[in-house]
Structure formats: structure tokens, C-alpha cells
Design a protein around this ligand. Structure first.
Ligand SMILES: *[C@@H]1O[C@H](CO)[C@@H](O)[C@H](O)[C@H]1NC(C)=O
Ligand SMILES: *[C@@H]1O[C@H](CO)[C@@H](O)[C@H](O)[C@H]1NC(C)=O
Length: 154
């Protein structure tokens, strides 16, 4: 093999390498990327709450959730689904152990190529609504008799 052929082969191999790298990178997604990230949410107390997270990449992919930076361990209070979603069985602002389900949640996904962290989703407990006093207030539970000043006076 002469020098020119060698150089040409080397150039061709290099080109193939670049092309392969681009192909693998684009079509298989060695890099993990989010197709669904959790969003800020107001949670209703004592109700189940689902947070969504979906990633694309080469399997196997494992998904974990963090609340305020601390990994949530799966127990009877939390379930992590295979599709990445997190289910809080019964949302509680104050748990008996002093912890709270409120906080910043983020989803952490990992495969053998790397790790990605989603945006932070702020989860807050809904404030209990008190029925408003006064006749000026527009009633959104208009079907309820308690809500109609005229109705309740008769
Ligand atoms: C993930 O799986 C759970 C349980 O099967 C389901 O309730 C939820 O809707 C799924 N999430 C998405 C984004 O499909
Ligand atoms: C679920 O949360 C409660 C606090 O409300 C805690 O006492 C309990 O240990 C948690 N469940 C598990 C399996 O850790």
C-alpha cells in the first residue's frame, strides 16, 4: 500500500466515523432527552396526585424522582411507574412524621450513556376555599340553594 492510498483510506475511515457518529447520535439518541417534563401544579389534599415524566433514549432507562433535591424512595406513599410517572397516593401538606408532599419535584433519568434532570415542578397544596359572604360575589356553585341570597331568605 502506498502513501496516497493509505491517506485516502484514512480520510475515508474518518469520514465514515463522523457519519456513523452523527447517525447514531441523531437516530438512536444516545443522549437522553425529555419528551414530557413535570409541570407546576396545585394539589388537592388527601387526593392522589400524578406527576409526569417521559424520556427518550437507549434502554434500559431508570427514572427516579427528587423532592427538594432528595430522592424519593418507593414506599406505600409513592409509586413510580415504568413510564416515568410518579403517583403520590394521598397528597398531604403535613404528614404525621412532619414531612410534606409540597415542594419542588424533579425527575432524574439515567441510562448507560448519561443522566438528565428535568425542570423543577413546584407542587403546592390547594388552599381550602371559604364560601364568600355578601351578595356582590359571583357564585360559581350557583346550583346550590345556600348560594342564593334570595333563596335562603325565603
Ligand atoms: C403511566 O402509567 C400510569 C399507570 O399505568 C398511567 O396512569 C399514566 O397515565 C401513564 N403516564 C403517561 C404519561 O402515559
Ligand atoms: C407514608 O407516610 C407516613 C407519614 O404520613 C409515614 O408514617 C409512613 O411511614 C410512610 N410510608 C412508608 C411505607 O414509609
Amino acid at each position: 500500500m502506498n502513501m496516497a492510498t493509505g491517506r485516502r483510506l484514512l480520510a475515508a475511515a474518518r469520514l465514515l466515523g463522523i457519519w456513523l457518529a452523527a447517525f447514531v447520535g441523531v437516530s438512536c439518541g444516545a443522549e437522553l432527552s425529555f419528551t414530557l417534563e413535570p409541570s407546576d401544579i396545585i394539589a388537592v389534599q388527601e387526593q392522589p396526585l400524578m406527576l409526569y415524566c417521559q424520556v427518550e433514549g437507549i434502554p434500559p432507562i431508570t427514572t427516579q424522582w427528587r423532592r427538594n433535591g432528595v430522592i424519593l424512595l418507593e414506599d406505600k406513599n409513592y409509586t413510580t411507574f415504568i413510564n416515568g410517572s410518579l403517583l403520590i397516593g394521598r397528597f398531604q401538606r403535613r404528614r404525621s412524621d412532619g414531612s410534606s408532599d409540597e415542594g419542588d419535584y424533579e425527575c432524574v433519568a439515567q441510562n448507560s450513556f448519561g443522566l438528565v434532570v428535568s425542570r423543577k415542578a413546584k407542587v403546592q397544596a390547594a388552599k381550602k376555599k371559604k364560601p364568600k359572604q355578601g351578595t356582590e360575589d359571583k357564585c360559581w356553585w350557583i346550583l346550590s340553594a345556600r348560594c342564593h341570597p334570595e333563596a335562603s331568605e325565603t
